[in-house]
Design a protein around this ligand. Structure first.
Ligand code: NAD
Ligand code: ZN
Ligand code: ZN
Length: 384
């Protein structure tokens, strides 16, 4: 089959690989109809995630058709069209039982923080991902959810990550009626978090990025204010000033380890890898939220981070909430929101690219070319 193949930092290509097989009675094989490239894939692509092995296939956002099932799969049948959450969860460990499906203990038993994730390095379990024609899906009775009648593939594929992560960012922020929410990052995740902040009763939603085309997109899609931090002397002062010097009620970090905007952070975090990514957006979030405020983090960082103003977290009495999105927990309510037209995910898709051109798609998304917000890869075997 055709599959994306990681060759080293900033080098990916399309290759032939064997079609995956059932390895465990609870596995299914899914024929991929749509997969996406995510901001999280850029951390892998740029070589910033430990133990990303040459030869692996990325892709944690995919939907498709069940091609084959193991002998112990009971809820799926061959031919079912499924949304596959990006987290791999066993459904029975102590964490899955608390609906912390992003922290499953069994799907990535060598780790103490994150659970298994499709196509996300051996740090996240070493599973191959869905930027391919076929993918092996473990615990097939747990994660995969049948695509409801009438929902198309494009909406469905954004329910594997972008919609739940944006929604959970707003949910973890504990937004109260009338709150001012400031979101750092106008990628698909930040744009979706802005859209969802209104659902929790926000009174004012502000998004901050450096790409004008993304800010423009956010203004239209999320109906929020959007500002370019390159035009600001200091984003923290900007937020203070626009909130009567109180600070935002809530800040959301939807940027993570690749943040721009601070030379020291960029050099130590992204170039020299002395710390696990640049913590610029997180730094701004902590300093521009009000005292007693909440910081919600969905941007991804490596295991340690040492250039964060942790002293200010203590002195301001902040609540910081963070996690990988628990996709399975959120899917039922988000499917309702999509069916009722409250969230329109597929409007984020700006590019549809044949899987064969995966290398070009990575370059375009990574370098923010051609006004790209969200690229979708379509395998030749999709024909659906
Ligand atoms: N927790 C989860 O479950 C989860 C799921 C999906 C994605 N993520 C993470 O969320 C983050 C965003 O994902 P995405 O797909 O939207 O990525 P993206 O790369 O498309 O967008 C990130 C945006 O941040 C902007 N940016 C850079 N530095 C900034 C700064 N200092 N302040 C404000 N904006 C800045 C960039 O210009 C870019 O538009 C990534 O870290 C990704 O790994 C987490
Ligand atoms: Zn993703
Ligand atoms: Zn589990």
């Amino acid at each position: 089959m055709l599959a994306m193949n990681y060759r080293g930092p900033k080098r990916v290509r399309i290759d032939q690989k064997p079609i995956p097989e059932i390895l465990h009675p609870e596995d299914a094989i899914v024929r991929v109809v749509r997969s996406c490239i995510c901001g999280s894939d850029l951390h892998l692509y740029n070589g910033n995630v430990p133990d990303t092995r040459v030869g692996s296939t990325f892709g944690h956002e995919f939907v498709g058709i069940v091609e084959e099932i193991g002998s112990d799969v009971h809820k799926l049948k061959v031919g079912d069209k499924v949304i596959v959450p990006f987290n791999i969860s066993c459904g029975r460990c102590a964490f899955c039982k608390q609906e912390l499906y992003g922290n499953c203990h069994e799907s990535n038993s060598q780790a103490t923080a994150v659970g298994g994730i499709f196509g996300y390095s051996h740090t996240a379990g070493g599973y191959n991902g869905g930027q391919a024609e076929y993918v092996r899906v473990p615990y097939a009775d747990v994660g995969p959810t049948i695509i409801p009648e009438g929902m198309d593939w494009d909406d469905a594929v954004l329910l594997t990550d972008v919609v739940p992560t944006g929604y959970q960012a707003a949910e973890m922020a504990g937004i109260q009626k009338g709150d001012t929410v400031v979101i750092f990052g106008a990628g698909p995740i930040g744009i979706m978090a802005a859209r969802c902040s209104w659902l929790f009763g926000a009174g004012r939603v502000i998004i901050i990025d450096k790409e004008d085309y993304r800010l423009e997109f956010a203004r239209n899609y999320s109906q929020c204010e959007a500002y370019n931090f390159m035009d600001m002397e200091d984003p923290v002062v900007f937020v203070k000033k626009t909130t009567d010097w109180m600070g935002a009620d809530v800040c959301i970090d939807a940027v993570g380890a690749e943040a721009a905007g601070n030379v020291l952070q960029t050099i130590t975090g992204r170039k020299l890898l002395l710390q696990a990514g640049s913590a610029t957006a997180l730094h701004w979030a902590i300093n521009s939220v009000k005292k007693g405020g909440i910081v919600s983090i969905v941007g991804v960082y490596g295991p340690t981070d040492n250039l964060v103003p942790i002293g200010n977290v203590v002195n301001k009495g902040l609540t910081i909430r963070a996690n990988q999105a628990s996709v399975k927990r959120l899917l039922p309510r988000l499917i309702d929101h999509v069916q009722n037209g409250i969230i329109k995910p597929k409007q984020l898709i700006t590019h549809r690219v044949p899987l064969e051109e995966v290398a070009d798609a990575y370059r375009m998304f990574s370098e923010k070319l051609d006004n790209c917000i969200k690229p979708v890869l379509i395998p030749p075997t999709a024909h659906a």
